[in-house]
Design a protein around this ligand. Structure first.
Ligand SMILES: NC(=O)c1ccc[n+]([C@@H]2O[C@H](COP(=O)([O-])OP(=O)(O)OC[C@H]3O[C@@H](n4cnc5c(N)ncnc54)[C@H](O)[C@@H]3O)[C@@H](O)[C@H]2O)c1
Ligand SMILES: O=C(O)C(=O)C[C@@H](O)[C@H](O)[C@H](O)COP(=O)(O)O
Ligand SMILES: [Zn+2]
Length: 376
């Protein structure tokens, strides 16, 4: 990765729940001080007790955050989760509660999530529910968490039958993105994060989509400047949506779910963790775009450009060779999607690059036809 070119920030404007996302190389040691500043700004003098939740693969990064917390005067406890999607489960949440009870955490104890989307979602849900809500800070360490899961306050865990079915909205006090941490991220996880970056281009920003097409090669090489631009733009685009529809009530926030109706069913059916979330989203976006084509809402050329970009970023675009799933099972699982209403599926479908719509009453026969066609 190239040398740091300074720290940037994105503001998320949500009245009394507003916060900053700081983005730069080498920010990890600053996180402790930032947590202290954000906590005292929001809650006044605090007890300076922090629970750091991380996973085994990122514990070394987390210890640098812990050192910064100590320097800032915090006493800390560290909870280390098993890496992987299976940690988004009730027993893991119960184990975090136990540790919070042991350390006598109160409503001014801050929970600091250092890790990918799994750590952020699970720890964030523990923070949302312990003592009816304690402050929390996101220190994402994967590309996916940088651009998506650390921003916007969706936290939660999986039900065996459906992704993220149990959860809450709980905004962080702030987000610290150290782009240097990505240098240790395995390639497969790095690529998976790119799927959510591509999503923003398709749903909100055709120009950004074009920039991604032009820069796919250097993004694959993890070029520092390109990455910082991709992360900053993605955070801004997500913040724009969250600021207007924080609780997904008007339908606007649902656009962030492009590709996810398919993806979540695939992830649950394949067995959590078999297909990475970003991989499932990449495949789901192509299925959703094919569905939009079939319904006459988008031209084939716009699906092809998504396919080509995902290919260039080495992401999968169909289930073939990845998972063999039964079409009826997929349709059944999709009915558990949180966007469904009165048992009817709703899909986020593109009309052109840079624009999507939430569509009700999509005929099951059309969804089935796309699933059959994509199975080859
Ligand atoms: N809350 C939201 O808005 C939101 C948005 C998108 C995705 N998600 C959720 O995020 C999860 C996926 O997140 P993810 O892709 O970050 O997966 P993840 O948290 O499982 O991390 C991927 C892997 O990388 C390892 N890792 C993390 N950072 C590392 C680093 N810097 N160096 C080395 N290894 C590292 C982890 O231990 C793990 O094995 C899914 O559960 C998905 O549903 C939530
Ligand atoms: O923040 C959102 O809103 C999103 O939909 C972002 C998605 O990328 C993310 O996967 C989210 O966890 C899905 O939310 P869900 O409500 O469909 O579980
Ligand atoms: Zn997602």
């Amino acid at each position: 990765m190239s040398a740091d070119a300074g720290t940037g920030s994105v503001s998320v404007d949500l009245a009394e729940r507003s916060y900053e996302i700081l983005i730069g190389g080498g920010l990890l040691p600053e996180a402790g001080r930032l947590v202290g500043d954000w906590l005292s700004k929001r809650y006044g003098a605090s007890g300076k007790l922090a629970a750091v939740v991380t996973d085994r693969n990122v514990a070394a990064h987390a210890s640098r955050v812990t050192a910064g917390l100590h320097d800032a005067g915090f006493q800390t406890e560290t909870v280390i989760l098993e890496p992987g999607e299976k940690s988004k489960s009730l027993p893991v949440i119960a184990s975090i509660y136990d540790r919070l009870v042991d350390m006598k955490a109160d409503r001014k104890t801050v929970l600091v999530a250092v890790g990918g989307g799994v750590v952020g979602d699970a720890a964030g849900f523990a923070a949302a529910s312990y003592a009816r809500g304690i402050p929390f800070v996101q220190v994402p360490t994967t590309l996916l968490a940088d651009v998506d899961s650390s921003v916007g306050g969706k936290v939660g865990i999986n039900h065996p039958l459906a992704k993220n079915l149990i959860g809450a909205f709980h905004q962080p006090l702030g987000v610290v993105i150290d782009t240097e941490v990505l240098s240790t991220l395995p390639d497969r996880d790095y690529r998976a994060g790119m799927a959510e970056v591509v999503k923003y281009g398709v749903i909100q920003d055709a120009e950004f989509f074009g920039w991604l097409e032009e820069n796919a090669d250097i993004l694959n090489e993890r070029n520092g400047d390109a990455l910082r631009h991709a992360i900053t733009r993605s955070c801004r685009l997500k913040a724009d949506v969250v600021e207007k529809d924080e609780y997904e009530r008007t339908g606007l926030r649902a656009i962030l779910n492009y590709g996810h109706t398919f993806a979540h069913a695939f992830e649950a059916l394949a067995g959590y963790g078999e297909l990475l979330h970003g991989e499932a989203v990449a495949i789901g976006m192509i299925y959703a775009s094919r569905l939009a084509e079939r319904l006459g809402r988008i031209g084939a050329e716009d699906t092809r450009r998504q396919l080509d970009l995902l290919d260039a970023l080495h992401l999968p675009t169909s289930l073939v060779g990845r998972a063999t799933l039964d079409v009826d099972d997929i349709l059944e699982r999709m009915k558990l999607d949180k966007k469904a209403s009165a048992g009817k599926l709703r899909f986020v479908l593109p009309t052109r690059l840079g624009h999507v719509e939430l569509v009700d009453h999509v005929p099951t026969d059309d969804v089935r036809a796309v699933l059959d066609e994509m199975a080859g």
